[in-house]
Design a binder for this molecule. Structure first.
Ligand SMILES: Nc1ncnc2c1ncn2[C@@H]1O[C@H](COP(=O)(O)OP(=O)(O)OP(=O)(O)O)[C@@H](O)[C@H]1O
Length: 269
């Protein structure tokens, strides 16, 4: 198996949270989901890979190159990142915004996009089905429409590795499936390595070749979805009792009991 991204003893501390000694391999040309409870460190891991955060110790390698040795533009040609939607974007038209994806390829003296850049922006708008919004101001779009434009912005970077932090947020079920199908077809047609933070475990298992589960800043499990996604895993990582049934390759998580301990505590105040 060739690797797209590797972390070696990756550790990050910020006073509130510690990501501990992560030794991780993300396979090249595959779709990987990073899952885990809220606050387990998923976004922090993506930020360390993209150098938006600096690790306390350890190393990150992208296509066998230590990111410490890669300048921002070189790293941006190797990987594109769509951050979580809580990060705001500047007020401009959709087309202008998606054009920013071409920035790593532009010279400092270049004014405006080249014909090649315009074609790629057009392609990114088409595959995400957002071309109809090209001339609208980004901040006038609905949450779901904005989410697709964010994905178009990352695709316009045309890097072999795509990192997406919760790409299906705000999308209704039909648009979630459309987006996951589109990403899967990008992976199959162009050999794109895709790494997605996902909360929807059933979709993660159905669409991804590889799962990485984090819990409290460490790796709780890695492997193929059918190996990782078990009743024991759900108990250990999410503290829920549920059974997992794979039907035609699609996993179904059926909760057995639900603990309402927080509500019980409220009642006794
Ligand atoms: N800027 C920050 N300053 C201090 N602590 C932070 C900062 N950003 C995140 N954290 C903390 O780091 C921990 C991990 O956060 P992170 O966003 O990586 O988790 P996550 O697994 O992506 O969570 P979620 O599923 O809720 O998005 C959390 O406890 C969070 O409160």
């Amino acid at each position: 198996m060739t690797t797209a991204i590797e972390t070696e003893h990756l550790t990050f501390r910020n006073g509130y949270f510690t990501l501990r000694d992560l030794n991780l391999t993300i396979p090249k040309g595959k779709v990987t989901a990073i899952v885990g409870p809220n606050g387990s460190g998923k976004s922090t891991l993506l930020h360390l890979i993209t150098k938006l955060l600096k690790q306390t110790s350890g190393d990150v390698r992208v296509e066998n190159m230590s990111t410490a040795k890669l300048a921002t533009k070189s790293l941006a040609k190797r990987l594109a990142m769509m951050p979580q939607c809580k990060q705001s974007l500047p007020s401009m038209t959709v087309k202008e915004l998606v054009s920013f994806g071409r920035a790593p390829y532009q010279k400092w003296y270049q004014t405006g996009a080249s014909n090649g850049d315009r074609d790629i922006v057009d392609w990114a708008l088409q595959v995400t089905n957002t071309k109809k919004h090209a001339n609208r101001m980004f901040d006038t779009l609905s949450g779901g429409e904005q989410q697709k434009v964010r994905i178009a912005l990352a695709l316009a970077q045309q890097s072999p590795i795509l990192l997406l932090d919760e790409p299906t947020t705000y999308l209704d079920i039909a648009h979630q499936l459309e987006m996951m199908d589109m990403l899967k077809s990008m992976n199959k047609r162009f050999g794109l390595t895709i790494v997605m933070v996902l909360h929807e475990l059933q979709q993660a298992a159905a669409y991804c070749d590889h799962l990485v589960a984090l819990k409290e800043g460490h790796i709780a499990a890695t492997g193929q979805p059918q190996q990782v996604l078990t009743a024991r895993f759900l108990k250990e990582v999410y503290h829920i009792d549920a059974k997992v049934v794979f039907s035609e390759g699609y996993p179904l998580i059926i909760p057995l009991t639900q603990s309402y301990c927080h509500l019980e505590a409220v009642k006794t105040i």
